[in-house]
Design a protein around this ligand. Structure first.
Ligand code: C5P
Length: 422
């Protein structure tokens, strides 16, 4: 295990929810990576886990109460809020998020959060309806606008036998997100950290929507049409946008790579599901269409598996899928301020890209060569050309997809700076 958080001091605020038990595992994961962890438990958290368990795993005292005299004399909430490198809130319940967003400080946990200038990472966990409630989403927007980083929640089965977003991110995902947040705020220099919260990212307060990966177009319950997209470029853009402080929704087709840290992920299979998810995620300041959407789907999806019974080979009739990029670019209401399309071309890359930019109606087109020699589809590197509507062209050298993601995000920030926030 790499000591990637070596020397980092982390205040871990444990909120009151069933996911609190995972916060105990998080303490271990953070310590494994070299961090020192000081736990603070809210009153509600103590219904789920004990301060003793948190202290035993952390190897130091767990704090619980604002008016603990010994605490105030020994350490004090202001010092607690200052002496670490970062604060992680896991699980961040709907109530804790509301208190943070509103600046209320009735207990030690929320007082520390209000008194700090440290970078904060929250891992929300709650019932799916509480998560989707406009009040929680408003609080989330306020918090990300304040520069708070977010990891999860994940989609999946929840304690109340319900399904949907609301599950706390896994401890390793939270640890990854913390590393990403610290790295982004260090700016690679390692200085400025102790001076408190470093400058906000270039996309702080902005919302970004990214599509990524392939689509699967069902033929029958076991067969589908797909393509070779790995999702690496789209996911790298989503990760870079989150590291730059944006609130990111990643709408992803089926991929085998992990979710990026600090990003809300919506999983879909078909092009039509992707279009619906994109529309549901609007408004957004920036929309990046990096998915390799299937151009066609079977005209009919059979309810049962098509049998190979020795008779004729079944015909496969295709119909065209909606063009998501063109549909969103043509919107008059809620059109994102900056729309970015991708063009994977095998020949005449620039000519085709120029035509595609006009046809799709987007603002910026990122073109790359996916011919055999280009080796981009599924690969780790990418040579891209950036085309703008006013005829601008930029060609970047061959770069890793992560680096392309970071550079694109920097370019998006420049282009969107003149556009009012959505
Ligand atoms: O036409 P082509 O597939 O080459 O266009 C690529 C661009 O359009 C990409 O940005 C891709 O995400 C987007 N696209 C889309 N919906 C489709 C097809 C492509 O959003 N049905």
């Amino acid at each position: 295990m790499s000591q990637s958080l070596s020397g980092r001091r982390v205040v871990l605020i444990i909120g009151g929810g069933i996911a609190a038990y995972k916060a105990l595992d998080l303490i271990r994961r953070l310590r494994e990576r070299g961090a020192a962890v000081r736990p603070i438990l809210t009153k509600a958290a103590q219904e789920f886990v004990t301060p003793l368990a948190a202290a035993a795993l952390a190897g130091q005292r767990a704090h619980t109460d604002l008016f603990d005299r010994a605490d105030e004399a020994e350490i004090g909430h202001i010092r607690l809020a200052r002496e670490a490198h970062a604060i992680v809130v896991a699980p961040a319940t709907a109530d804790l998020m509301a208190r943070m967003a509103g600046g209320h400080a009735p207990d030690l946990a929320s007082t520390v959060l209000l008194a700090t200038t440290l970078p904060i990472l929250i891992a929300p966990a709650m019932n799916v309806r509480m998560w989707q409630h406009p009040a929680t989403q408003r609080n989330l927007a306020t918090l990300t606008g304040d520069g708070v980083s977010v990891v999860g929640p994940n989609d999946g089965a929840m304690a109340e036998a319900e399904q949907g977003p609301g599950r706390m991110a896994e401890p390793y995902e939270i640890a990854d997100a913390l590393e990403a947040m610290l790295a982004a705020r260090d700016g690679g220099s390692g200085i400025g950290f102790m001076a408190g919260r470093t400058p906000r990212g270039v996309l702080a307060g902005r919302s970004v929507l990214v599509t990524s990966g392939p689509t699967h177009e069902a033929i029958d319950p076991v067969r589908y049409l797909a393509n070779r997209s790995s999702g690496r470029q789209g996911h790298a853009i989503a990760a870079a946008a989150a590291a730059a402080g944006a609130r990111v929704t990643l709408i992803s087709g089926p991929v085998s790579i992990p979710d990026p840290a600090g990003v809300s992920v919506v999983r879909i299979e078909s092009a039509r599901e992707m279009l619906a998810a994109v529309e549901a995620a609007l408004p957004a300041d920036i929309a990046v269409f990096a998915a390799a959407v299937g151009d066609w789907r079977p005209a009919e999806t059979r309810g049962g598996k098509i049998k190979k019974d020795g008779s004729a080979v079944p015909p496969l009739t295709l119909v065209e899928n909606p063009d998501i990029l063109a549909t969103i670019s043509a919107r008059t209401e809620n059109r994102p301020g900056l729309i970015v399309g991708f063009a994977a071309e095998t020949d005449d890359v620039l000519d085709n890209a120029r035509r595609k930019l006009a046809k799709k109606g987007c603002d910026l087109l990122v073109a790359n060569d996916v011919s055999h020699e280009g080796g981009v589809m599924g690969g780790a590197e990418n040579t891209v050309h950036l085309l703008t509507r006013d005829g601008g062209l930029d060609t970047w050298p061959k770069l890793g997809k992560e680096e392309v993601g970071k550079r694109l995000v920097a370019r998006f920030a420049e282009l969107v700076s003149a556009v009012p926030k959505s």
